[in-house]
Ligand binder design. Structure first.
Ligand SMILES: *Cc1c(COP(=O)(O)O)cnc(C)c1O
Length: 401
């Protein structure tokens, strides 16, 4: 425990954590379960196909969706789904700016130009109201993204898309377990995209998938992930790719699904500990999960109020990182401020700009304990009290961020 700001690692003190505490889930899969799911590889002619088909069945059920198409990762799930859905002859994909940092790259790989829209201040997600003004005559597709805590108004956005006769795809990577009043995430729009990367709720180490109720889209995605192969064997001459999910990753993701309820119990304990330890510290709050509906409690998102919190968000992140707590900015810079070597529509988004300097993600996941959170709560209290003096010391040392 640290007694004063002189003990902070950023000023030369000892680190709070010798091994870093991450903001990622990093749940290790149960080796016995992985092995059991891999068994068809060793005793069936098409073992690999059977394992992937098993995963697709299980995840369609999990989302209460008609179909699930497994892919090599979330990124290529997005690219291939966008390419399959975008209206031909149109150039723009409408998406939030305050979002996953690679999403504009996804658009570029799909051959579309991102047009960035604002988010709703209370949900930090796109809404029909923030999306609508960006839907011009060149809009080829709506790319809605669920925020990192909670969900977006998926039913409202799907209704807007329907009204405007535009396809809508959801990036639902961060909301894989959540439920809305109208049904589970995974059932909305033309399709929804998920990831099995180790940082996500379900760890397959790599992998992703698309859920959809559109049988034609499912058929086209199965072909697209596999060099454009069709059941008839015909070749079209189109540019192809390989985005198949391997059996090893599929087996790992299936094992992760089996362990999900334990993980969520742990996540809830961590979330409750964060809420408890930050409750009475001025200028800082935990963004709450809505527990009316099913939620994973996965991410710990914290908001700093610049009027009362004595340090900038970036200084706060730097101080935490020096202690071995790998806190990170919740989306900075926002995409419309990111240098981009490819084509995009310039945007003026003052609300997104303001929000992009207030939020940070705190350590959580498998390797973070309730005791770790207590230590970090103590540290945040120290920053709230000694922050002004610390800010001057850091500025004097050349850290002005
Ligand atoms: C991680 C992530 C992705 C990409 O998934 P990968 O499997 O890592 O390619 C896409 N969208 C969001 C919101 C993500 O967090």
């Amino acid at each position: 425990m640290k007694n004063g700001i002189d003990d902070l690692a950023v000023l030369g003190g000892a680190k709070l954590f010798a091994t870093p505490r991450s903001t990622s889930s990093l749940v290790p899969p149960d080796p016995a379960r992985v092995k059991a799911y891999l068994a068809p590889l060793f005793d069936a002619a098409d073992g690999e196909g059977a394992i992937v088909a098993n995963l697709e069945r299980r995840f369609a059920l999990f989302h209460d969706a008609a179909d699930c198409i497994a892919m090599a990762n979330g990124f290529w799930s997005l690219v291939l789904a966008i390419k399959a859905l975008a209206l031909p002859g149109r150039s723009e994909i409408v998406m939030p700016s305050l979002t996953y940092r690679r999403l504009a790259d996804v658009a570029a790989w799909a051959g579309l130009k991102p047009r960035f829209c604002d988010v709703d201040q209370s949900t930090l997600a796109v809404s029909p109201a923030t999306m609508e003004p960006c839907l011009g005559p060149d809009a080829a597709l709506i790319m809605a993204v669920h925020p990192i805590v909670g969900v977006c108004d998926a039913a409202g956005l799907a209704a807007l898309a329907h009204h405007r006769q535009l396809p809508i795809l959801f990036d639902a990577v961060e909301s894989v377990y959540e439920t809305l009043p109208q049904g589970r995430v995974g059932r909305f729009g033309n399709g929804e995209v998920f990831s099995f990367h180790a940082s996500k709720l379900l760890n397959g180490f790599e992998g992703g998938y698309v859920t959809t109720s559109d049988a034609d889209l499912a058929r086209r995605l199965r072909s697209a992930r596999d060099h454009g192969r069709s059941t008839t064997g015909a070749t079209t001459g189109a540019m192809t790719t390989n985005a198949r999910l391997s059996a090893l990753h599929a087996a790992t993701a299936l094992a992760a699904l089996d362990g999900l309820s334990e993980q969520i119990v742990h996540n809830r304990d961590i979330y409750n500990a964060w809420c408890r330890h930050l409750a009475d510290i001025p200028g800082i709050r935990v963004v709450p999960f809505d527990t009316t509906w099913r939620t994973s409690f996965k991410n710990i998102l914290v908001e700093l109020d610049p009027a009362t919190w004595p340090l900038t968000r970036d200084m706060t992140v730097r101080i935490l990182n020096a202690e071995g707590a790998l806190a990170r900015a919740y989306y900075a810079p926002p995409l419309h401020r990111k240098p981009m070597a490819y084509s995009h529509v310039p945007a003026d988004l003052p609300l997104t700009d303001a929000l992009a300097s207030r939020f940070l993600l705190m350590p959580c996941g498998h390797f973070v304990s309730v005791e770790d959170v207590a230590m970090l709560g103590h540290l945040m209290r120290l920053l709230a009290r000694g922050g002004s003096a610390l800010r001057e010391r850091l500025s004097a040392a050349g850290c002005t961020a």
